[in-house]
Design a protein around this ligand. Structure first.
Ligand code: TXE
Length: 480
């Protein structure tokens, strides 16, 4: 039984309390490892280590940080298969997804910010004949990074990389549901020669270890990705302490498909944006709106291709989809299928529990579902399900499509399918979302701002947005 360790002050160690939590393998439903049941005392040790490491790390210069971060990325790249196997086993996601999405993007995150820091400049403002102002963007100190279970290493490094690149020291907590690749990252950081205390990884429960990170007086900024409800809890703790907060929360993203779309591209990409990672990506499009002229044709083709998706053993590269992350999460998703039926929806396909084989009979498998016949203001269309479940409905006008798309409390991403550039530009301007994709989905340039509006969060990650989040700004005015 693998015993995952915390990574504090450059050392791997169990929780100080000696407590352990079970870690389940979603593909089999069995406990396959244990994680430290860390608490405030482990977080205190991590903060102490970060505070001690900060003076040297923050002043070692961008070239040294560039070198070490690239070394870490090199080691991840060399061990891509090890990381991918671990990610797939730990989260239940298909190995093909872990190999092609999660791990390559995790090392790309590190490389991107290792390089971006070399070009991170600041402004100056000249008061002719009087003074010159220059802006300093300095590291904050010890920062907290808390990440979720859906894209474990991908989102963990998305926060840690800019925090480290800008010279901060980090106390990070991955989700207790998917701790394995963070443990591999810790080992990789030790081998890469990351100085002790620069990165500290504390495993454990959100309300216990996570809460301790957020409420610690020395963590001056918190970068969080997770549920909207948890985001509220964090904000309640951090706001009175005047901490910088980056909250990447839930989504209920619309796909708006006009009759003039490239039909093949729209339908094939919509299958992907609906069910990639079993719909467990905050950017997945879970509400599909199709112009009436092509509604039946699009619906039939979407259902046909959804039925053709193969759900099963995450380790089998023939499968498109693996298991959902936990028994509880599958029950939550299935609960929404019942709600959809109660609300008058028709399940056109999927939504069935399957048992791929005897040894996988305990796994959390659920076939992908398409539902039609629901009003926009029902729970199924308003609440984040975060599983392999989408709804589909027709619309007639651009105005109606806009109202439907904007008609929830979320505002993370929207995907538009039309060849009419004026319409795309017009709608993009009025969509309540932080990200609008036109004739594509999940096409990511790491320089772009990433995040949402309304209940999808506060602040932006990515590019200079992340570098600015993890630095404090100071204006120096020199008179002459
Ligand atoms: O998120 P949580 P979960 C949505 C999705 C999902 C729901 C809950 O709808 O069903 O959120 O998922 C830590 N103080 N998204 O359970 O609970 C927790 O340990 C400090 C969307 O993963 O928010 C974990 O490390 N930390 C999202 C992290 O917060 C706390 C992706 C996320 O856990 C804490 C994932 C506390 N009080 C889920 N409570 C997206 N936007 O991508 C929990 N945590």
């Amino acid at each position: 039984m693998i015993k995952i360790q915390n990574y504090i002050n450059g050392q791997l160690a169990p929780a100080l309390s000696g407590g352990w939590l079970d870690n389940y393998e979603p593909g089999t439903g069995q406990v396959y490892s244990h994680i430290p049941d860390s608490d405030a005392s482990d977080v205190q040790a991590a903060v102490d280590a970060a505070e001690a490491a900060f003076p040297t790390w923050s002043s070692c210069g961008v070239n040294e940080r560039y070198r070490i971060l690239h070394r870490i990325a090199d080691l991840i790249e060399e061990r891509l298969e090890v990381f991918a196997q671990a990610e797939s086993r730990d989260s239940g996601k298909a190995i093909t997804t872990a190999r092609s999405v999660d791990i390559p993007r995790a090392q790309a995150n590190i490389r991107f910010f290792a390089t971006a820091i070399l070009h991170f400049g600041a402004e100056s403002h000249h008061m002719e004949g009087q003074a010159v102002n220059y802006t300093l963007r300095q590291p904050i100190g010890t920062v907290g990074c808390i990440s979720p279970w859906n894209l474990p290493l991908y989102l963990f490094t998305w926060k840690i990389a800019p925090a480290l690149a800008t010279g901060n020291c980090v106390v990070a907590k991955p989700s207790e549901m998917t701790p394995m690749t963070a443990f591999l990252l810790a080992q990789t950081c030790i081998e890469a020669g990351l100085p002790a205390g620069v990165l500290n990884i504390v495993h454990g429960l959100g309300p216990k270890a996570g809460q301790a990170i957020v409420e610690h007086p020395k963590t001056k900024a918190i970068s969080f990705t997770g549920g909207t409800a948890t985001g509220r809890t964090l904000a309640r703790t951090a706001a009175p302490m005047f901490k910088k907060l980056s909250l990447e929360l839930g989504g209920k993203n619309p796909n708006v498909i006009f009759a003039d779309c490239n039909f093949e591209e729209a339908v094939s990409t919509t299958v992907r944006s609906s069910f990639a990672n079993n719909g467990q990506i905050c950017l997945c499009g879970s509400r599909i709106y199709v112009e009436r002229k092509i509604y039946d044709k699009f619906k039939d083709e979407l259902v046909r291709r959804t039925k053709a998706l193969k759900t099963g053993n995450p380790a089998d590269p023939e499968n498109d989809l693996g298991a959902l992350v936990s028994e509880q999460h599958r029950a939550k998703v299935m609960g929404y299928l019942d709600i959809a039926k109660q609300e008058g929806g028709t399940i056109l396909c999927g939504g069935e529990i399957i048992k791929p084989s005897a040894e996988l009979s305990g796994g959390y498998y659920l076939t992908p579902a398409v539902i039609e016949g629901l009003p926009n203001d029902c729970r199924t269309n308003q609440e984040e399900i975060f599983g392999p479940v989408v709804t589909i409905q027709p619309f007639d006008t651009e105005e109606e499509a806009l109202a439907l798309a904007n008609g929830t409390q979320y505002g993370l991403a929207c995907t538009l399918w039309t060849q009419d550039i004026s319409r795309a530009t017009r709608m993009a301007e009025r969509l309540q979302a932080g990200i609008v994709w036109v004739n594509c989905w999940m096409l990511r340039d790491l320089r772009t701002p990433f995040g949402g509006v309304k209940n999808s969060g506060v602040g932006r990650e990515g590019g200079t947005e992340a570098l600015r989040f993890f630095t404090e700004v100071k204006n120096v005015c020199v008179s002459y």
